[in-house]
Design a protein around this ligand. Sequence first.
Ligand SMILES: C[S@@+](CC[C@H](N)C(=O)[O-])C[C@H]1O[C@@H](n2cnc3c(N)ncnc32)[C@H](O)[C@@H]1O
Length: 227
Amino acid sequence: MVLFGLHRLTVACRPRAILGFSLALASLVAAAARAQQPLPKTDSEYIHHLEDPQRGEWQKPAEVIAKLGLKPGDQVADLGAGSGYFTFLLARAVGPQGKVYAVDIEGEMLDYIRQRAQNDNVKNIQLVKASPHDPKLAPASVDMIFICDTLHHIPERPTYYPLLARALRPRGRLVNIDFYKKPLPLGPPLEMKIDKPAMIEEAKSAGFHVIQDYDFLPYQYFLIFQQ
Ligand SMILES: C[S@@+](CC[C@H](N)C(=O)[O-])C[C@H]1O[C@@H](n2cnc3c(N)ncnc32)[C@H](O)[C@@H]1O
């Protein structure tokens, strides 16, 4: 099939098409190779994995942040902050008058963010050690709860959404970015993923409705909800 396609391209369009095809093939091969990499075993391997510079190609962090429409002074929770991949971008978006709560259940991840915030002199990040069943956010404390690649880790979501709803201020927004439930070269095993329609339904049961549905990320859905 592929060889036939290549032959047709070779005949029909010549060097540019061949170059484009080769690049696409190389990118597929690279993605397949990444998919075959073993899962990170230690915290430092995990941090390395989250901070992989190649992640930007598919995670498109600047575009994601731009779509959030954050204002200076906003208060945001980065739920499942990990290494702080988005935390620091959120902190910049809300400015010195704003605040980002970096929420995670892993002390090592919070330590990493603390160290990086000190090194970079970032003062508007507050660390929150959550428990698996409770984000430990105060009632009506944030304008946005931002979740990336984390919701599928949360065990009891029906009882968890009300805690998120409680933490949001009036007109506050809930953001969820997570992997499509289909075979992908990246991301968690298929059985761990939450199907996009199922995620929308479970959020709806907790009183959240979709206000934005972005599809520019190749591997993840990107939804914004409000109550
Ligand atoms: C795949 S990482 C994503 C990190 C970050 N959001 C990013 O996009 O790079 C998932 C993170 O969620 C954290 N996590 C898992 N379960 C959690 C829970 N119930 N509450 C808060 N954080 C959790 C993990 O410790 C890990 O740091």
